[in-house]
Design a protein around this ligand. Structure first.
Ligand SMILES: Nc1nc2c(c(=O)[nH]1)N[C@H]1C(S)=C(S)[C@@H](COP(=O)(O)O)O[C@H]1N2
Ligand SMILES: [Mo]
Length: 312
């Protein structure tokens, strides 16, 4: 069993029932690394043999499993913070989920989940995670660098950006009109941002596959950017020559720029970005000073010479 760093055991940070379920799976001598064969009562599956990585925030308390999985945004399942946890679990994931890689590539490719899970060892990475609305959390994600997937494609010389598209099915999800944003949800990165080792392709959290509301079966996690860049439930990846449109950028370009790096010097039109509330720390959460790039200064080289208030 992998353990979170700084001496915490999962039983310290995980609701008791989740922990007991996990113990039961282990006792049953269950799932092998990267396999998706052992569903729990919650529909998630334990992921074993996670490798240690240097991508861990040191001494910050993990946000509880409860908060991470019940307070978030996933507009396809409702615009309230508790809507995704209410509505997404009913969503039946296609067991034959595929990701299409296309666009400015020598040859388009389609990979299924098993193929993707075999691309690299699964790591547990503890990241700070920041929503543009002002809250932050600390999450033990499971996955590996997005670059491992992107390397499966051979981009043409024209490829400068990568576009991502979420699954969308109007029968199981909100209409664009009801949600107020365009579906399928789309996001984008510059190619060098997408290839940065910190950019995570996540398939799990807290040692189990992703709950639907957190973006099952696979999603991005970009800890130096605001949360909306971390697109969920990806089905399509397209290499492009031009900067892709993004769902929130289409909805309100003055508020949601293409880069959207966490930046305390660049306010949202409606509110300051200088401070954030860390969820789960006391009754009202804990007020914290927001750091440039959410503290992930290793990405600074990607933006050398750029005016980050202009390219927000
Ligand atoms: N497809 C899709 N991805 C999405 C969203 C969404 O509405 N649809 N919301 C984003 C926003 S605004 C945030 S803050 C995070 C929240 O979920 P998480 O806590 O699981 O990262 O998901 C992001 N990814
Ligand atoms: Mo967000």
């Amino acid at each position: 069993m992998t353990r979170p760093p700084h001496g915490l055991r999962y039983s310290d940070v995980t609701p008791r029932q989740v922990y007991l379920n996990r113990r039961r799976f282990l006792a049953a001598g269950a799932a092998s690394a990267g396999s998706l064969e052992l569903p729990s009562a919650r529909g998630t599956t334990r992921l074993n043999s996670l490798v240690k990585t240097p991508y861990n925030v040191g001494n910050e308390t993990l946000t509880s499993h409860e908060i991470v999985t019940t307070y978030n945004n996933f507009y396809e399942f409702g615009t309230g913070k508790d809507d995704p946890a209410q509505n997404a679990p009913r969503w039946k994931l296609d067991p034959a989920w595929k990701v299409r890689i296309e666009g400015e590539v020598i040859e388009p490719k389609t990979l299924d989940l098993d193929q993707i899970l075999k691309l690299a060892p699964l790591e547990e990475r503890i990241y700070r995670h920041r929503c543009v609305e002002g809250w932050s959390i600390v999450v033990p994600w499971v996955g590996f660098s997005l670059s491992a997937l992107l390397k499966q494609a051979e981009p043409t010389g024209k490829a400068k950006y990568v576009e991502f598209e979420s699954y969308y099915n109007s029968r199981q999800m909100l209409s664009s009109r009801a949600a107020g944003i365009q579906f399928p949800y789309v996001e984008g990165l510059r190619l060098d941002e997408a290839m940065h080792p910190l950019a995570l392709l996540a398939v799990g959290l807290y040692g189990e596959t992703l709950p639907n509301q957190n973006g099952a079966p696979l999603r991005l996690v970009l800890p130096w950017k605001y949360g909306f860049k971390s697109i969920k439930s990806i089905t399509r990846i397209r290499f492009t020559a031009k900067q892709p449109d993004t769902t929130w950028g289409i909805a309100w370009p003055q508020a949601y720029g293409f880069y959207s790096n966490v930046n305390p010097q660049k306010d949202h039109p409606n509110h300051s970005q200088r401070e954030e509330i860390r969820l789960g720390m006391g009754f009202l959460g804990q007020r914290r000073v927001t750091l440039l790039f959410n503290g992930y200064t290793e990405v600074a080289d990607l933006y050398r010479g750029m005016d980050l208030r202009k390219f927000y």
